[in-house]
Ligand binder design. Sequence first.
Ligand SMILES: N[C@@H]1[C@@H](O)[C@H](O)[C@@H](COP(=O)(O)O)O[C@@H]1O
Length: 233
Amino acid sequence: MKIIKVADQVEGGKKGFEILSEKMANGAKTLGLATGSTPVEFYKQVVASDLDFSDMTSVNLDEYVGLDADHEQSYRHFMGEQLFNAKPFKVNYLPNGKAEDLQAEAKHYDQIIAENPIDLQILGIGSNGHIGFNEPGTPFDSTTHIVDLAESTIKDNARFFENEEEVPKKAISMGIASILGAKSIVLMAYGENKADAVAAMVNGEQTEDLPASALQNHDDVYVIVDEAAASKL
Ligand SMILES: N[C@@H]1[C@@H](O)[C@H](O)[C@@H](COP(=O)(O)O)O[C@@H]1O
């Protein structure tokens, strides 16, 4: 893992953008994209740039189960606001959290990933070490699946909703094997709340209890961290 220390989220966004530009200059055509507060500055950099995405494909990591696509906190809505409305892609894939048959939707999403191998995957990390919505205990060989969100994730994400009860309890997420299938990975983490997870991901033993530790198996991972997130390294 290549650890890149930055002063703050704005500098982290710029570093992430530099890596993206370089990968696109070298032919990257498919991006794996993440939501959450972490990549927001990165998306701002992308939107402010003159990079053209009209020939690019995006495949998002995850989506809440049960939220309408136009719900303010749905990841589809988030991606529109942060990136897609300003930078049109050839196609944007996100799992459908409103699908009637969620198992069939998971299978369908695996097919999409297989047909669109990810060149560069953007990741955040949960305070419990989750990537995408792969909570502790998720097998490293998992593909797209339906997740019962961890109590800690529901609490962490309650800040985006009116109250904790409003946070969906389930999500559909790309699996850990699917994430490891990306050619290159950029994981960003900011703030003290992420310090334990970052330390365990980089220096801890590889264990399904800490999903991000699976990334130790990948040979092209950039970890962009501010001082607080790097404080336990
Ligand atoms: N499913 C998302 C993850 O993709 C994200 O990386 C993580 C951290 O969120 P944040 O960036 O807001 O700290 O949790 C969310 O629940």
